[in-house]
Design a protein. Structure first.
Length: 164
């Protein structure tokens, strides 16, 4: 386990009346301590799960539109409104990882098509656009997610359908 704690820097916040500080879960946040290797944020739409994951990704220097440190591309309105107001506590500090943002995964896949020169080695040997949505997610999980790293997954279930 690497990320130990997220601390909201409340003393740096001028007002809790505006987004993202008006979100009840953020408004009441002081710190979150992580005590296991896997943590699920659960709540209704608008409860702050994505906002917090995006802020953590921002502090990790991951692309907040989705990707890792080396994935440099822009998507409208992908900046973190909360990132400057949190502090992360690590043990040990890990710089490798990935932020999966399901809502902008298409843009990530396009970015990879533009820059990949390895034959899509980290994505199962095929462009993510040449796979179904679910296959592309699984290719990412199976081929890119390995080693000591932090993986931030925002709505990873969106491309997956259970069999009945």
């Amino acid at each position: 386990m690497f990320l130990k704690k997220v601390i909201l820097l409340r003393e740096n916040i001028a007002s809790f009346k505006h987004y993202p500080f008006s979100i009840p879960s953020i408004n009441s946040l002081y710190q979150i301590e992580f005590k296991s290797n896997v943590t699920f944020f659960v709540g209704e739409n608008g409860s702050g799960k994505s906002t917090l994951l995006e802020a953590i990704a921002d502090k990790c220097n991951f692309n907040t539109a989705g990707g890792g440190r080396n994935n440099i591309y822009k998507v409208h309105a992908s900046e973190s409104a909360l990132g400057d107001y949190i502090r992360l506590s690590w043990m040990p500090k890990i710089t490798n990882g990935f932020f999966l943002r399901a809502e902008s995964f298409y843009h990530f896949a396009t970015h990879i098509d533009d820059v990949d020169d390895t034959g899509f080695r980290d994505y199962g040997g095929s462009s993510l656009h040449r796979q179904s949505h679910g296959e592309a997610f699984l290719s990412l999980f199976l081929n890119r997610f390995r080693g000591k790293a932090i993986y931030l997954l925002d709505e990873p279930e969106s491309a997956l359908s259970p069999s009945i």
